[in-house]
Design a protein around this ligand. Sequence first.
Ligand SMILES: [Zn+2]
Length: 178
Amino acid sequence: MIKNLFMHLHTVNKHRWYVFKLSIRAGIPFRGLIHDLSKYSPSEFIESVKYFDGKVSPIKKSKMDNGYSKAWLHHKGRNKHHFEYWYDFNSPISVPVIPFKYFCELICDNIAASMTYSGKDYKPENNLRYFNNRKDLKYINEDIKKAIQDVYRQLIDNGLKKTINKGNLKKTYNKYIK
Ligand SMILES: [Zn+2]
């Protein structure tokens, strides 16, 4: 249990460090600084230590065991870089376009998560593949989905430097979001 606690803490810190470095490139350093802070709250932290695995995320593990993850429900309700934060199936637009700064944070989060979990096996191809395999793809706002896929394709073709910077992200976002 103590070992899991430190391992989980290490994973969260490492992930946040990668997000922070990417967020500077993306021009959203403040978002990077406060990214995922709710992971240190008891509601998220305790469950994640209990279900710590190292390979699979503790949230996924908890969902497999219980059918839900209280940590995730807490997390998505507070973190605007998740699509799920914005969903409202009783609103005229149930899956709205997310604002630009959270779009950038979402991309930094995805790349950082991929880097954290794959370590030295990380390849830019992972991001597009992982995104296209999402089970909830049909619920993601159509324009946001296209913008994200475009960014991940650029990541493969042009590399990190040319893709993850404020100018390019803004240009790509504006290409799809009118
Ligand atoms: Zn998050």
